[in-house]
Design a protein. Structure first.
Lengths: 480, 480
């Protein structure tokens, strides 16, 4: 279905010819050289992804007892059923297929100061669900099984830098949640390690400064989800630039100031935690795993090559055959979750008392581990709400869709994890609201960007989508 | 089975005649008056708890499809089965009955400055599983259903003080875990609210200072688990006493100093979080809910009045009939989990570089939500290990059991939650180890007391047992 053509997307061309030439950031590789390198990696690595019937999956079967879609080895992941009960007034109870993957993988970025400038070791990596083949990935994406092998072995390059016995300085190390709509209780370990070793540069890897990565974050479908979540976790103090570097763009200064923790916040940290505790206590989220075949009761249909919902909404479960030249295994088949339409993540922001605040909500998704997490002001797949009565449409959805360009501070399309999701893309928007924006009700809260990043060392506070937004927002501080 | 006799236990007599008379702490009630009041409450409130066959439970039945023990209303809790897979070398895979109660209750303490001194509104409350009838409870123990009622109503006294619209100053508000061995993913909201209102004093309630509660924490089975967990969460800065108050007992000074955050810690906070992340990534804990009747495959036997394990270990599930004069409902029946023997929680502590450190481990229990939590150096039911090969006995268990009295800083028996557990008691020990104590392996970590309390605002870091120890340890700072 997808075949790498080797052509450079137009947006990359614009980046190459425009901002990219302006500065080198003291980077080991200029942006022009990066794009040439990335283009060369795209040409060098052939891959093909084709949809196939479930019956053609090799090693995957529908379990005869439960109907769950499982791998013969019991490893990787499975597609099972989840029954959810909430106290929402609209569609409060449902069942759905869900990805179950109880083990914790490692998403690691290795960093190193080169000529005094922090560089990240990034990878050009294909995932079968990627809309465009290669994207920029962390140094390491490893399963628990790979991580637990005593000898790093052939499997995962650079994994040894993330083991307790051979680590450099740990800059961040915590468990972070992934998409609660599609995963049951899924988390990965996000880890950033600084090394002083001489690190050999393997094929498909390159050193990029944080400034360069921020520029890439302004491009559609360039920096993958695994990178974005780890990048969001790097403490802002380490990543610069500081306020002096940014010239006279006042929104940029406001973002930096809000990230830095200077300036007065509307709520103190205890109030934010108490509000979230109230939301988690008040919202009901009762999850019960059921056999995949049980979701048929709620309108899910089982075809030869797709499991989909009769309303044409939500997502499909499909199967693909993959051929790739630069992966550990050259060919394989696997199931993927394919959303029916793009999602929208819109963060409304406002300067209050001179400090930029973001309007967050506590969102409860089907597969969440901790009832509710903080997320963007609007977080939904708008297509799921086309026929829903106005009073049950997500608050601020129509506001965000109608926002004038003059108030839009960020507008970028990013892909979600291509190892599990097929062509899953979300539009990430940051909208600065007008000064007389009506005060939200108590399901929403104004926080500074620093208050949000302060919660990242602890698990299950910010959704992966809000973390993507936080990473992308930092790119606004990199105007070159 | 238990009948309140009205007699004052000997340990209370000692407290009345000994330390209690020494100081009044500027309290509204002297300790002598407290004990008289508590004794009067015991005499005034009659209650009786009798074991009954499961068939005599009213409103509870074994579901014909699953064998789960459930309430007809679908409310309260249920006893179901849990299948657990870990990567432990000994008994790494098992199934067991488990209490399932997906909703979050409220454990709230209302505090008020009276003549400048912080007082807590505490309750003398009976729970059917209590070994001794009445214990000191928080102001409020409420279910989600009670909390969600718009009008506080007759159900739960003082609940209105803990609602968002009528709160005073929130001193703490977070979700805390409960016993992972017996509960599936259970948490309660721990909340402390300070009011300036005139609060009417209801029967069975009294105002106690934190100093008075700390003295009561030195008594066996006096302060219930719900109180202990909330008390542990009160920020140390609010609770005093400070170092000057404590005279010349050097261990007391060491506890206060370690709680205060002064003095050098062996690990920085980032290292603690990274170590715990490593433990959570490394330890395997795969939980699968199964029908209660499935646990028969692993040696659980179903009798007319007990579900027990053929090895005579772990716990029983039993049924009781309760009659009580001071509860919302005067008589009811319910299942309870009855541990086969007391547990042991021993915290080894050591002064390192002049700062008191506690030796904690990351423990994974069957029903934990977040894979592993920090707990005491020794955390087990020793009786479960009588026939286990020496190399698989819990590390430091024999060390703790053999510790000379001269090194024991705290030794107290506390009851666990009497609303779910029958005569569940744990021995809580704090042992100061000798200066040449051998360095532990990497499954253990030295932390200051301040570092542990700093994690409490976030969920699922400290087990309820470690929180009990932390609350009790503060009582060592109250020598009068």
């Amino acid at each position: 279905m997808f075949d790498s053509s080797g052509a450079i997307p137009a947006v990359l061309e614009a980046e190459r010819n425009g901002r990219a030439a302006a500065a080198t950031d003291n980077a080991v590789m200029s942006m022009t050289d990066f794009h040439s390198w990335f283009h060369a990696r795209t040409r060098a690595n052939r891959f093909q992804v084709d949809r196939i019937p479930f019956a053609d999956l090799a090693g995957w079967d529908f379990d005869p007892d439960t109907g769950n879609l499982v791998h013969d080895s019991g490893r990787f992941f499975s597609i099972e059923g989840l029954r959810v009960r909430t106290d929402r007034p609209w569609a409060g109870e449902w069942s759905q297929p869900i990805i179950v993957q109880p083990e914790i993988g490692v998403l690691g970025i290795l960093v190193k100061r080169i000529d005094g400038v922090l560089h990240c070791l990034m990878q050009a990596k294909m995932e079968p669900g990627n809309i465009n083949g290669l994207q920029i990935s962390p140094t390491v994406q490893a399963t628990r099984s790979n991580y637990m092998k005593v000898h790093g072995g052939a499997g995962t390059k650079y994994l040894e830098y993330f083991r307790p016995d051979s680590r450099g300085r740990v800059l961040f190390d915590g468990l972070q949640s992934e998409q609660g709509s599609w995963f049951l209780h899924k988390r990965n370990r996000n880890i950033v390690v600084e090394t002083e070793d001489d690190v050999p540069l393997e094929e498909d890897f390159c050193w990029l400064t944080l400034g360069q990565i921020r520029r890439l974050l302004l491009l559609d479908h360039m920096v993958n989800m695994d990178s974005r979540t780890v990048l969001a976790c790097i403490p802002p103090a380490l990543t610069g630039p500081n306020a002096q570097d940014t010239g006279d763009d006042s929104f940029t200064r406001a973002v930096l100031r809000s990230l830095s923790g200077h300036g007065r916040a509307v709520c103190d940290p205890g109030t934010i935690l108490s509000w979230l505790t109230e939301m988690r206590s008040r919202q009901e989220l009762v999850q019960r795993r059921v056999s995949l075949r049980h979701v048929a009761e709620d309108g899910w249909r089982f075809g030869v090559d797709v499991i989909d919902h009769r309303d044409g909404k939500y997502f499909d479960v499909i199967a693909v055959a993959v051929q790739a030249s630069n992966r550990e295994v050259a060919a394989w088949t696997q199931p993927l979750v394919a959303p029916k339409q793009p999602g929208l993540l819109a963060l409304l922001v406002k300067r209050i008392g001179g400090t930029l605040h973001a309007l967050v909500q506590a969102r409860s998704d089907a597969g969440m581990l901790n009832i509710a997490e903080l997320t963007a002001t609007v977080h939904c797949q708008p297509g799921n709400y086309v026929d829903v009565p106005a009073e049950h449409r997500p608050r601020y959805l129509d506001y965000a869709l109608a926002a004038p360009a003059s108030r839009v501070r960020l507008d970028v399309l990013h892909s979600e994890e291509g190892g599990r999701f097929y062509h899953a893309q979300n539009r990430y928007l940051v909208i600065e609201v007008e000064p007389d924006f009506a005060e939200p009700d108590d399901r929403y809260l104004w926080t500074t960007l620093h208050q949000l990043t302060s919660l990242l060392p602890h698990s299950n506070y910010l959704t992966v989508e809000l973390r993507s937004l936080m990473a992308s927002m930092r790119s606004l501080t990199q105007r070159l």
